[in-house]
Design a protein around this ligand. Structure first.
Ligand SMILES: *Cc1c(COP(=O)(O)O)cnc(C)c1O
Length: 401
């Protein structure tokens, strides 16, 4: 007997922790923007693993780099050097315009690294009294799942029952510069923010918000920490989303698409005054951080973004896609918003829970995910073509009409 979709789902229900509620598609193969399920049905991927697949599924250049490195060397730990890390970090720092990068594996690890960097900088450079450092974050943030990070989440689903939490964080409303100004004290070392809040439902702050916040942090000797794990590497039509407002944060967190849809690779970027103050030998690390396989893959992942002009593509295809979505005639759609290929369709309250629509989308061959009750996120791989967008929109229009 061949196993059906339901067999796979039942098995996962039985043997896996129930910390996710996946849509009912069991995927067995991917290529570019397309995936195939266990029953042979072809669908278009409009989530891209939350923007970790900006280069598309199994990009041939990234796969080739991985295979080559797998046949040579995969892991040394940082107890020794390897020949892949230097060239990769040189590429990443040159591309982003920072002095240094510190490689980690997951996004949450990069965020933890940024928090540690800001605190150490605060004590050593800003001379904040011991154990008094404060970091300001925004309501509705998503920065990952470690205990420290969920401790400053405002979503009870993320942190309910997981306390006690790490002290030293202050939460202010997103999009409100005055609130930032008011929250800063002499002990504030950092302000950490997502340039667009992806998990909150592609929430976009008012124009000029990042720039204004940046100016406030500079006036008060506070580090601006941009979490670009979802918005970075071309997703919003710039290499980093903060570039839309012409600022240069002191610390940038990158992850997701840095691993080319293949392997967890993350990093923080900073200039010497922060990176050198924060870290000295022994005070931070990760066994797999900066491993040669990760570095070979991430290096190829960056090459693909540049060589295939995926940043420009994101802009161009994003505009095209939003135009097509806005043209859908439906009184259930309240708003279409986004930047580059990070797009949300906001449904009206009367339209019912967004999950009803994502389930129908999946059934019709469009893999998209709801965030909260009324938002559907569309974030396809940046390699998507107009023809592929048309294919998707034809089906989206039927479901949302
Ligand atoms: C996904 C995400 C993270 C966490 O990354 P993981 O690799 O899942 O740990 C952090 N910040 C933002 C903005 C994200 O979208």
């Amino acid at each position: 007997m061949t196993r059906t979709t339901q067999d796979y789902i039942n098995e996962v229900d039985k043997v896996s922790a129930h910390n996710y509620h996946p849509l009912p598609a069991v995927i067995v193969k991917g290529e570019g923007v397309w995936v195939w399920d266990v029953e042979g049905k072809k669908s278009i991927d409009m989530l891209s693993a939350y923007s970790a697949l900006n280069q598309g599924h199994r990009h041939p250049k990234i796969i080739a780099a991985a295979k080559k490195q797998m046949d040579t060397l995969t892991l040394t730990s940082r107890a020794f050097h390897n020949d892949q890390m230097g060239p990769f970090l040189a590429k990443l720092t040159k591309l982003s315009g920072y002095d240094k990068a510190l490689p980690m594996c997951t996004g949450a690890e990069a965020v933890e690294t940024a928090i540690k960097a800001a605190r150490r900088w605060g004590y050593k450079v800003k001379k904040v009294p011991d154990n008094k450092a404060e970091i300001i974050v925004c309501a509705d943030n998503f920065h990952g799942r470690t205990t420290t990070i969920v401790g400053f989440s405002t979503d009870p689903v993320c942190n309910g029952g997981f306390g006690p939490f790490t002290p030293g964080f202050k939460i202010i409303p997103y999009g409100d510069v005055k609130a930032l100004e008011a929250a800063i004290t002499p002990n504030t070392v950092g302000f950490m923010v997502e340039p667009i809040q992806g998990e909150a439902g592609v929430k976009m702050p008012p124009d000029g918000y990042l720039k204004a916040c940046y100016n406030v942090t500079k006036k008060n000797n506070v580090l601006f920490i941009a979490d670009e794990i979802q918005t970075g590497l071309g997703r919003t039509g710039k290499l980093f989303c903060y570039q839309h407002e012409g600022i240069k944060p002191e610390i940038v967190c990158v992850g997701k698409a840095l691993g080319g849809g293949l392997y967890p690779v993350s990093a923080i970027l900073a200039d010497d005054p922060v990176m050198m103050a924060a870290f000295e030998w022994g005070n931070h690390g990760s066994t797999f951080g900066g491993n040669p396989l990760a570095c070979a893959i991430a290096s190829a992942a960056l090459d693909v973004i540049i060589d295939e002009k995926l940043i420009d593509r994101s802009n161009e295809m994003g505009e095209y896609f939003r135009g097509k979505l806005r043209a859908i005639k439906s009184d259930k759609i309240k708003e279409v918003r986004g930047r580059g290929l990070l797009i949300a369709v906001e449904m009206t309250k009367e339209a019912g829970h967004a999950r009803n629509y994502t389930e129908k989308l999946v059934a019709s061959g469009v893999l998209a995910k709801e965030t909260h009750e009324t938002t559907i996120r569309f974030a396809p791989p940046l390699v998507i073509t107009k023809k592929e967008i048309d294919w998707a929109v034809e089906r989206i229009a039927k479901v949302l009409a």
